[in-house]
Write a protein that binds this ligand. Structure first.
Ligand code: MN
Ligand code: MN
Length: 286
């Protein structure tokens, strides 16, 4: 008899009930405008995650101790609005059980419905694009509207985008909404990030990582690459700075058909960083 089973994210061996972190893949890329293929990312991220050691020596933890459940992929045959509804339902199931959601896109349109599963949170998005269009190509839930839909839920002043370097005229620029990559490069990641963070009044923070926020030299496999981006070290700083305040995470816009493999590995490693940092901070509290 052949053995059947799905490929799990590395070391994600817990049941849903026993877990702290729940991983869900959403292979959805129907509103993608330039080059498509992010629907393949949940699989490649899981594959590349197998390369890492269980130990995160720099954090002094091992993934043998971290309770992670991989719930597999959601599959939505319908429209973007159908996808949004089912992702929201799945996110509510996880959040209401007191667990930490870790979603793998798919495109950025999967993030707002995850955010809507929470009340009273702030949201930080890492993105090359402001994603603040009210609608795009007739769609309110296009990936080009992700930040806008998030602000609709949490309110202005409770969300910002970090690393932005692409803003269109119809996105009504308001400086409270973002920190641009040019300013970050000039003034320093830590200074600019800490300044933005200090303005958020809510304690709990959801982090959405659009992989194109990172420079295409590190993350070439993405649908709409944009030069002058952040480095992986900048994103690592953000994750570690947020620490125990993190309540949820997603990584989106990884596009395997345009990747040399490094972008999926980077996404898989950022997921690991989030879980290691959150887990470490939970242990410190005990
Ligand atoms: Mn985006
Ligand atoms: Mn983007």
């Amino acid at each position: 008899m052949p053995i059947r089973g799905m490929l799990r994210y590395a070391d994600a061996m817990s049941s849903f009930e026993d877990s702290k972190f729940v991983i869900v893949g959403v292979p959805f890329d129907k509103t993608t405008t330039y080059r498509s293929g992010t629907r393949f990312a949940p699989t490649t991220v899981r594959e590349t995650s197998q390369t890492f050691e269980k130990e995160n020596f720099e954090h002094g933890i091992t993934f043998d101790d971290i309770a992670v459940h991989d719930a597999g992929d959601m599959y939505e045959e319908g429209s973007v609005d159908d996808m949004v509804e089912s992702v929201n339902e799945e996110a509510r199931r996880i959040v209401s059980a007191g667990k930490f959601p870790m979603f793998i896109g798919g495109e950025h349109s999967i993030s707002p419905p995850v955010v809507r599963a929470f009340e009273d949170i702030a949201v930080i998005t890492i993105d090359a694009h402001l994603d603040f269009k009210d609608e795009y190509q007739g769609l309110k839930n296009s990936h080009a509207c992700a930040h806008r839909r998030i602000v609709d839920h949490v309110g202005k002043g409770n969300a910002f985008a970090f690393g932005v370097r692409s803003i269109s005229a119809d996105e009504k620029v308001d400086e409270a909404l973002y920190a641009d990559a040019f300013r970050i490069h000039k003034e320093g990641t830590e200074k600019v990030f800490d300044e933005m963070l200090a303005k958020l009044k809510r304690k709990h923070i959801y982090l959405s990582l659009d992989i194109d926020g990172i420079d295409p030299s590190y993350a070439p496999g993405t649908g709409t690459p944009e030069p002058f981006g952040l480095t992986p070290w900048d994103v690592r700083y953000v994750i570690n700075r947020l620490g125990d305040r993190l309540v949820g995470f997603d990584v989106v816009e990884i596009c395997p058909p345009y990747d040399n493999g490094n972008t999926s590995i980077l996404g898989a490693r950022m997921m690991r960083e989030v879980m290691a940092v959150k887990w470490k901070s939970m242990q410190a509290r005990k």
